[in-house]
Ligand binder design. Sequence first.
Ligand code: BES
Ligand code: MN
Ligand code: MN
Length: 462
Amino acid sequence: MENIKAYVQQHKDRFINELIELLKIPSVSADTAYCQDVIDTANAVKASLEKAGCDFVEICDTPGYPIVYGEKIIDKSLPTVLVYGHYDVQPPDPMELWTSPPFEPVIKKTEIHPEGAIFARGSCDDKGQMYMHVKALEYMVQSNTLPCNVKFMIEGEEEVGSKSLSWFVERNQEKLKNDVILISDTGMISNQQPSITTGLRGLSYVEVEVTGPNRDLHSGLYGGAVANPINVLAKMIASLHDDDNHITIPGFYDKVQELSLEERAEMAKAPFNLEDYKKALDLTDVYGEKGYVTNERNSIRPTLDVNGIWGGYTGEGAKTVIASKAFAKISMRLVPNQDWSAITELFTKHFIRIAPAGVIVKVKPHHGGQGYVTPIDSIGYKAANMAYTETFGVPAIPVRSGGSIPIVALFEKELKSKTILMGFGLDSDAIHSPNEHFGIFNYLKGIETIPLFYKYFVELSK
Ligand code: BES
Ligand code: MN
Ligand code: MN
């Protein structure tokens, strides 16, 4: 594998330019205005897999956006790696906060990325990370070093809940048969300290609607005499946490898997500097559940957050009005053993129960998924760690992430195989935020590290 470094050096400009072309297509799955762009992106991914050396690539139609499936089967008796990624991206809003347009990728230097980073929506999450796998395949095919079979499954609805992928996986167990699933859609600690994600949180996402009077009212004529849905919603939401920032929904914590003091001590060994953390976000202090430190609050503990809240008048100037309705989108991040549909039900019951007389409350579940934890003694984990150790010069640290890729738990249930989360993004890459970017170092390091995973996975499988 000595040659992978040289191959990356020789082809890096092309690798970067190809990714830039892919990033120009605005594949926003949440907004139907981008429908054709999402489909165009699927076709571009298909073409890239064919070019990289897959023997067979197809666009698989689903009830939603298509899934790109590709494979290169060299010998049925050898192990098979299934690569998963997503070609859809988050909406770019708020547009005015981007320093360059989200779908006109540019390379800019940052403090953390002195050799430059590609700024564009999807650069890190997940087009850039997904495309590392396409280029790693190209290298292995070109150099005749692909040591096993490989399958690709790249979806276009990850950012909106992977509904069609669940549908697809349930119907294609045989086609998707594999020995390990490999995903780059997470992050690592820093460019000096790689880490492997060993856990993802589950998710329950709901939308709530509070209705008061049947129309918007004059806030002087009616104010004080009727329930104001916005006031009520604010109060209801505020009551969902107590003074210690514990969630107040009855039964919410019943199934939560508590970590032992040993496990928590092990977690605390990962490098983390609270002052740097605060500084990076311009925070005067951190905030969260009593009894847990920041790195526990954002990984092994469940949370409840309002993602958006609206109602009434928000335009210029002042309008004196009591709105008829108020709304909020609420997400709950869950930890292993918390079942997302059970939690959705607990939330719904509780939220309706705490509504005061004078309003009507509706809860609409959006989507969700189970959390995931993976052991560090599997062949897949060991192979990933060996790969990182070789390219970064230091072993990777296992880290449980706070993010969610709900489909991972479903993979284990339906396909009976473990997922290895080899992420190369950084928390500072601003995924889902304005000015998302992906370091050139990270992109190229990923391409360099992935073929080593294949090599060690096959060696350890023997
Ligand atoms: N790639 C992210 C998840 C992620 C990022 C996990 C960084 C760990 C580290 C993924 O695209 C994502 O954004 N997932 C959503 C859930 C989905 C159901 C919308 C999330 O976590 O909010
Ligand atoms: Mn992602
Ligand atoms: Mn995402």
